[in-house]
Design a protein around this ligand. Structure first.
Ligand SMILES: [Zn+2]
Ligand SMILES: [Zn+2]
Length: 296
């Protein structure tokens, strides 16, 4: 009996021999010859190539310049946000990419007109992991996040309270989820290509997505775990909720993604003060208890 995956692959190869060479074919030939194992969900659709690489625009560049200028301005005028908030945002930014990714990986998303292109990109990535990362380039992947960054900024302006915390949390979400997500995912597919010691160290410390965690975890069919693509930190908590055994319906994933996209910055900003106070009181009480036990 022939393995169905092998049968599918040879059928695809036979079809492809009839086609003239295209950018997608060239990319796959160049980058996916060492792709890891059979990819593509057991029952998922098959794609005839990675999405075409669109050129980056001046609007993309202008957007990045404005975001990084805002980050520099925020650091100079308001300093670094508290360590607790940064730590939470490092985790949350990964969780946001996980919810987005879990929704876009569902075949049902291909039928949602507004999400079709993004869903196709995510699902074709399972079939062409290297062509759709190294074949595109890190900067192109970052530019692909501009639309979701715009939604984040507009949502923060509409629902946030326009204070320093709103500004800092919005910028951290852009920096970690969008820029970090694209960069983390790009380097998780680094293969044997030189990544540099700083990237390797960040991957080891889970500050960027570790290759084994992503390629060995998410890219193994049925692609139902390790959806977080920034640093993978949220995957340990979210795997049971986004994949098996829960496998939430697509509607639930889309509703969660929409709610987070609209309200996350505003909610986190409103929680920073009260949670900080509770944590501060807890730390002060613990220190007081420790001091009194030492003096006894
Ligand atoms: Zn995926
Ligand atoms: Zn990947």
């Amino acid at each position: 009996m022939c393995d169905p995956a092998v049968r599918r692959r040879s059928a695809r190869t036979a079809d492809e021999s009839k086609k003239p060479p295209s950018t997608a074919d060239e990319l796959r030939a160049k980058y996916d010859t060492d792709a890891t194992g059979p990819v593509g969900g057991a029952n998922g659709p098959r794609f005839d190539g990675p999405e075409p690489v669109q050129p980056c625009t001046r609007i993309n560049l202008a957007h990045h310049v404005v975001v990084f200028a805002a980050i520099a301005y925020s650091l100079v005028t308001h300093g670094c946000p508290s360590l607790g908030v940064v730590a939470f945002m490092l985790w949350y930014a990964d969780a946001y990419t996980a919810v987005l990714h879990a929704a876009l990986d569902r075949p049902g998303c291909l039928d949602v007109k507004i999400l079709h292109g993004a869903a196709r990109g995510f699902q074709a990535h399972h079939d062409y992991p290297l062509a759709s990362t190294h074949g595109r380039g890190c900067y192109r992947m970052i530019c692909d996040t501009q639309r979701i960054q715009t939604i984040t900024i507009v949502s923060a302006l509409v629902f946030g309270r326009w204070n320093v915390a709103t500004f800092q949390i919005c910028l951290m979400k852009l920096l970690f989820s969008a820029y970090g997500g694209a960069t983390g995912h790009f380097y998780a597919h680094g293969g044997a290509k030189p990544r540099g010691p700083a990237i390797k160290l960040a991957q080891k410390c889970h500050m960027l997505l570790p290759p084994k965690h992503h390629v060995g975890g998410h890219h193994a069919p049925p692609h139902d775990k390790n959806f977080g693509i920034f640093n993978g930190l949220s995957n340990y908590a979210l795997n049971p909720f986004l994949g098996a055994p829960m496998n939430p319906p697509l509607g639930v994933l889309l509703a969660a993604w929409a709610a987070l996209s609209l309200f996350d910055v505003a909610v986190v900003e409103r929680c920073v003060g009260p949670v900080g106070e509770v944590v501060g009181r807890g730390v002060a009480t613990a220190l007081e208890l420790a001091r009194s036990s030492v003096s006894m």
